[in-house]
Design a protein around this ligand. Structure first.
Ligand code: ADP
Length: 602
């Protein structure tokens, strides 16, 4: 007993230490995952910002390249201008990385008397001729009429508005040097090319190819965010709140590495120096020609925010925001970690429980050996001393000789019964026990079992109350084994419930959703079984603590044998007990019906 208490204490200590360790681990894990998530968020944000910035930079590089290519110095006459335009567009077409970016060239010319004329440049025949105003060009004309500086960017067209200045030498000393330029060159970009080719290629190169785009990318006019110029990538789950990265593009910026670019035929130029890619950016196609424009053709510094970027690029994580994505990844990680810890805890608990179970089993087996030896010793002692007396001729009275014979027979039967029970249990356990499958009438079996126990009942002065419904369907099974079941239950009722001096046996039928059940119940008015012991009484070798130490003999196998036999008959055993009021064991056996004959394999 002391040993089992010590082992229980050590089990509790193991569980306690494991639970504490797991709690500490869980806390550490929680903090660690929180830190990791924060670092991951910062890393992703920085990388996304860098990616978006280099996307915009690459786009603006093309704008700057066009700016450089078409910043012209005024020639002496129209023929010179036409020639200059022809040369510029030819050089652009052969040397720009995206020659399709520029679609049209126009010249807006101030006329005397504040009039304005529009000239279209025909690239194929190289002529400048008057043409009609489109709405976007009309808007540019309005800007040109306004006093003050004219922006070189136009997002309506979209394109560039470049003043054609006089050469410093020609303008020096003349009144023209102070006058606004007469001609403006309008470089019309091809919007369909920008949205259909240039932006998709840039977004593939920077954000990942096609459907695998990790972010929802959107480009809108900076001052009209409700319009969409371009969008790509997965639709974000939510667009509420700030985007994960916002950058301006289609702006005027100087690219120092574009200095000195000469737009000539590619064959005549040196190979370009390679541009350093932003750290962490995916390797991408070499989109850009690195030959820089001449120093004086750099775009001027932007005057205001709209000059920094007429368009705005926003990138958003498909989860709604990077914050949400990281938070949900964190929740997932936490869930997995907790599940692992919970599994660890459950495993520890399982190990402790099964160790305790094994210990209990070992103890019960020892008790069993002790109980069986004790049970065997009593009848064997009686048999030996009776035999000795008879052999010594001490007993000569025929009546006493007969009673000695009866004693030897009774104790021998007890031994046989006990060995039979042990063998049955061993058979059930090994799975080798086989049962007959006859059609048997339960009332007859119960009658026979009662007869088996009648003598013991009388010896213990137990009143017997029997109620048997004789009109019952048969059950399929082994009459001998079922008789043993009832005998065991009656034996127990006498052994443990004798104090109640009453024993009830009932046999009846209970309809069920299937074929119905034949019920055999054995009740006593003994001390009952404690609720906490009920789950264990059918376990082999289990004896309740109260009886194990008392005078009632037993091996703890009776109910295990009962359950084994009943379950082999596709039935079950239930028990209801109220401490101090008595116990009822009920055996439920499936009734046999003629219509189930095939089902039962007969
Ligand atoms: P055994 O009788 O040999 O101890 P059993 O398997 O028949 O073993 O019973 C297991 C335990 O169940 C018993 O030790 C006893 O504590 C309890 N028990 C069984 N039947 C009754 C009963 N009718 N009333 C009270 N306790 C019972």
């Amino acid at each position: 007993m002391r040993g089992s208490r010590a082992s229980a204490r050590s089990s509790f200590a193991v569980v306690g230490v494991s639970v504490t360790l797991l709690a500490v681990l869980a806390a550490l894990q929680y903090r660690w995952i929180a830190r990791l998530s924060e670092a991951e968020r910062a890393r992703l944000e920085a990388r996304l910002d860098e990616t978006a910035a280099s996307f915009c930079e690459d786009f603006d590089r093309q704008v700057a390249r066009a700016y450089a290519a078409f910043s012209l110095t005024a020639p002496d006459d129209d023929a010179g201008l036409t020639r200059l335009l022809g040369d510029s567009i030819r050089k652009w077409r052969v040397s720009a990385p995206f020659p399709e970016l520029v679609r049209d060239l126009y010249v807006i010319r101030r006329q005397p008397a504040n009039d304005v004329e529009l000239l279209c440049f025909d690239e194929t025949v190289r002529t400048l001729s008057p043409c009609n105003w489109s709405p976007a060009l009309l808007a540019i004309r309005r800007h040109l009429r306004d006093p003050g500086p004219v922006s070189a960017l136009d997002e309506e067209l979209p394109g560039l508005v470049l003043a054609i200045h006089q050469s410093p030498a020609a303008a020096a000393g003349t009144a023209d040097a102070r006058r606004p330029p007469r001609d403006h060159l309008i470089v019309g970009f091809d919007l369909a090319f920008i949205t259909g080719t240039l932006l998709p290629r840039l977004s593939d190169a920077h954000f990942g190819a096609g459907d695998r785009l990790a972010y929802a990318v959107k480009i809108t006019p900076t001052d009209r965010p409700e319009l969409v110029v371009f969008s790509a990538g997965p639709a974000p789950g939510s667009t509420v709140g700030e985007a994960d990265a916002t950058h301006l593009l289609f702006g005027l910026r100087a690219f120092p590495d574009l200095r000195g670019a000469v737009f000539e035929d590619p064959q005549s130029t040196r190979p370009p120096p390679r541009q350093r890619r932003p750290e962490g950016a995916e390797p991408r196609q070499d989109l850009l020609d690195q030959r820089p424009p001449p120093p004086d053709q750099q775009p001027p510094a932007p005057r205001d925010r709209t000059e920094q970027g007429r368009w705005t690029l926003t990138a958003r994580h498909p989860a709604g925001s990077l914050e949400q994505a990281v938070a949900s990844a964190r929740r997932r990680n936490l869930g997995i970690s907790l599940a692992v810890l919970a599994m660890l805890g459950a495993t520890t608990l399982l190990v402790v429980v099964s160790t305790r179970r094994a210990q209990r089993l070992a103890r019960q087996q020892m008790d069993f050996v002790a109980a069986v030896s004790h049970e065997l010793r009593t009848p064997l002692t009686a048999i030996r001393s009776a035999g000795q007396n008879l052999a010594d001729g001490i007993i000569e009275d025929p009546e006493r000789v007969r009673s000695y014979g009866l004693l030897i027979e009774r104790e021998g039967r007890r031994l046989t019964e006990m060995l039979g029970r042990v063998l049955t249990f061993a058979g059930i356990r090994s799975g080798h026990q086989s049962y007959r499958r006859d059609l048997v009438a339960v009332p007859g079996i119960v009658d026979a079992a009662i007869e088996d126990c009648r003598l013991v009942l009388q010896q213990n002065s137990v009143e017997l109350e029997v109620k048997i419904d004789r009109d019952l369907p048969p059950v399929r099974g082994d009459a001998g084994a079922l008789r043993q079941v009832v005998t065991n239950l009656i034996d127990n009722a006498i052994k443990y419930g004798a104090a109640g001096r009453w024993l009830g046996v009932r046999v009846g039928f209970r309809p069920t959703s299937g074929r119905g059940e034949v019920l055999i119940s054995v009740s006593d008015r003994g001390p009952g079984i404690h609720r906490r012991e009920l789950p264990f009484i059918f376990e082999p070798f289990y004896r309740s603590a109260d009886v194990a130490s008392g005078a009632v003999q037993g091996s703890g196998l009776g109910l295990a044998v009962v359950r084994g036999i009943v379950e082999a008959h596709a039935g079950r055993v239930t028990v209801s007990s109220r401490p101090g009021r008595g116990t009822t064991f009920t055996v439920h056996l499936p009734a046999f019906r003629e219509e189930n004959r095939e089902l039962d394999g007969t």
